[in-house]
Ligand binder design. Structure first.
Ligand code: UDP
Ligand code: MG
Length: 318
């Protein structure tokens, strides 16, 4: 068994794969590594590049899980964790933004501090625009207020996990996988290590503002039922307000001569409560929709083929 498995999710990384692997070979000279590349339905030559790596590096233990289509990074991480067989498992991006050198540093932390079960890298200085940074801060404040699980700000998926943590995560086969939440949910002692993100070497990030908002929303829905409770609070408040207003009208009717008015108020209130009801129906729908999909128990990912898998296995390495 290798002492370290490295999971590398890849989506359209044809130009980065070789450079990334060279960097790994430079970094890991003494360690016995199991490389698990996941080709997440890339539309470019990523798969060919990984095949070439396997061919040209027969001495290295390289496996590639080739997905039948793009299932997303979360699914790729899950597949990699499932396939890993070492006592230590690292997750790293293929785009050269995360230097493999940090994996050695994370391993040192775990070796020297037996009380820790995992190390997670976080960006000490984020190189992004102020508005995005502000939105992310708000998101972390909100999610930490309404969820029991603690979310560490800026913590990335760039992590090193001990086997017990990996097994705990694998015990959660849910379809909607919000890794940041799953890592926190399982507990254990995590050491947060600052790291510096490098520029993406080639290609472009698959994130934009819309996908980030969707991701944030997914996180909240996956780890909290608080949005479902908001409608109850608003319901109670408007119920009390209605009673108070009713009392005012009765008093006015008795003591003051009221001419018929308030048309605008009624229209506004109808629109306000109509809108609120629709919003909460939508939120309810999100939860029900997810329950429906989870109930179907569909696989999180589908593997088309596994490259070099039997070779590595037959060698008694796995
Ligand atoms: N990735 C993936 N599937 C996807 C999107 C991304 O496996 O659907 C991989 C991608 O190839 C990279 C890592 O996940 O290795 C991080 O992706 P990206 O660079 O787009 O994210 P960012 O670094 O901007 O957070
Ligand atoms: Mg990246």
């Amino acid at each position: 068994m290798e002492n370290l498995s490295i999971i590398i999710p890849c989506y359209n990384e044809e130009k980065n794969i070789e450079l990334f692997f060279e960097k790994c070979l430079e970094t890991f000279k003494k360690e016995k590594i199991e490389y698990i590349f996941i080709n997440d339905g890339s539309k470019d030559q990523t798969l060919n590049k990984i095949e070439k790596l396997i061919k040209n590096n027969k001495k290295e233990n390289i496996i590639c899980l080739n997905f039948s289509r793009n299932f997303g990074k979360e699914a790729a991480i899950y597949a990699g964790l499932k396939e890993s067989s070492s006592n230590y498992v690292a997750i790293i991006d293929a785009d050269m933004q995360q230097n493999p050198q940090y994996i050695l540093q994370m391993k040192d932390v775990l070796d020297q501090n037996k009380e820790y079960d995992a190390v997670a890298c976080y960006q000490a200085k984020r190189k992004e625009n102020k508005f995005l940074s502000f939105c992310k801060s708000c998101f972390y404040k909100l999610i930490n207020k309404i969820c029991d699980t603690r979310f560490e700000k800026n913590a990335s998926d760039f992590r090193l996990l001990k086997r017990n943590v990996v097994n705990a995560i694998l015990d959660m086969p849910e379809y909607y996988r919000f890794s940041k939440g799953l890592f926190s949910f399982v507990g254990f002692n995590t050491y947060y290590m600052p790291y510096e993100v490098e520029k993406r070497m080639y290609g472009k990030s698959s994130w934009n503002l819309t996908s980030l908002v969707k991701y944030a929303f997914d996180g909240i829905i996956s780890f909290s039922v608080f949005p479902l409770k908001i409608s109850t609070f608003i319901g109670i408040i408007s119920f009390i307000a209605a009673f108070v207003y009713m009392a005012i009208i009765v008093i006015q009717w008795f003591f003051i001569d009221v001419t018929v008015s308030g048309y605008a108020t009624i229209v506004c209130l109808i629109l306000l409560f109509g809108g609120l009801q629709m919003i909460f129906l939508g939120i309810l729908g999100e939860y029900i929709g997810r329950t429906y999909i989870e109930a179907k128990n569909r696989p999180v990912y589908i593997i088309k083929d596994k490259l070099n898998y039997d070779n590595v296995k037959e060698n008694g390495e796995r």
